[in-house]
Write a protein that binds this ligand. Structure first.
Ligand code: 4NP
Length: 169
């Protein structure tokens, strides 16, 4: 018997922002927690990337790490640049704002790949008056707190959508 027979392919999520040091690594860490809380870590994989390679190899921004720690998260992924291959390696590519959407879409070849791209705020439940996750990089601490509030809410919404689309009940 083929050793991979009977083994289901994982559902793979990739969060994308500009630098991959503030919003998308936070989304990755929060979603990882949401997935684990729901006992779905064998079914769902999570990663993040940036449309720029400016911070390649860096840990998340210190301010994002500190704000995350206050909520019990450990954001510890290393920044990397989004690449064309990511369209083949991920099922959902979830971007933080319209600029990220345009950058990622410019690398897509065809409808199947374009259809994988979603705006994170599509999944918002409580905070449904935001149409993007604002870039906190040049602002103060309230911007980081807002990003975490929006991401926690959208991660819950995203998991509900995935559960529904993949009959994970
Ligand atoms: P992110 O934030 O896209 O949420 O990681 C930024 C990080 C770095 C820069 C801009 C935004 N930067 O200009 O270096």
């Amino acid at each position: 018997m083929n050793p991979t027979e009977g083994k289901k392919k994982k559902i793979r999520l990739l969060f994308v922002c500009l630098g991959n040091i503030c919003r998308s690594p936070a989304a990755e860490g929060i979603m990882l927690g949401t997935v684990e809380k729901n006992g779905l870590q064998e079914i769902i994989d999570v990663d993040s990337a940036g449309t720029s390679g400016w911070h390649q190899g860096d840990l998340p921004d210190e301010r994002m790490r500190v704000h995350g720690e206050k909520r019990g998260y450990d954001f510890c992924s290393r920044a990397r640049k989004f690449k064309r291959d990511d369209f083949d390696n991920f099922d959902y590519i979830i971007v933080m704002d319209e600029n990220n959407y345009r950058s990622v879409k410019s690398l897509a070849s065809g409808k199947e790949q374009t259809d994988k791209i979603h705006l994170m705020t599509e999944f918002s439940v409580q905070f449904n008056n935001h149409n993007h996750i604002p870039d906190p990089y040049y602002g103060g601490s309230s911007g980081f707190e807002l990003v975490l509030d929006l991401l926690e809410d959208a991660c819950e919404g995203l998991l509900q959508v995935i559960k529904k689309e993949h009959s994970l009940y």
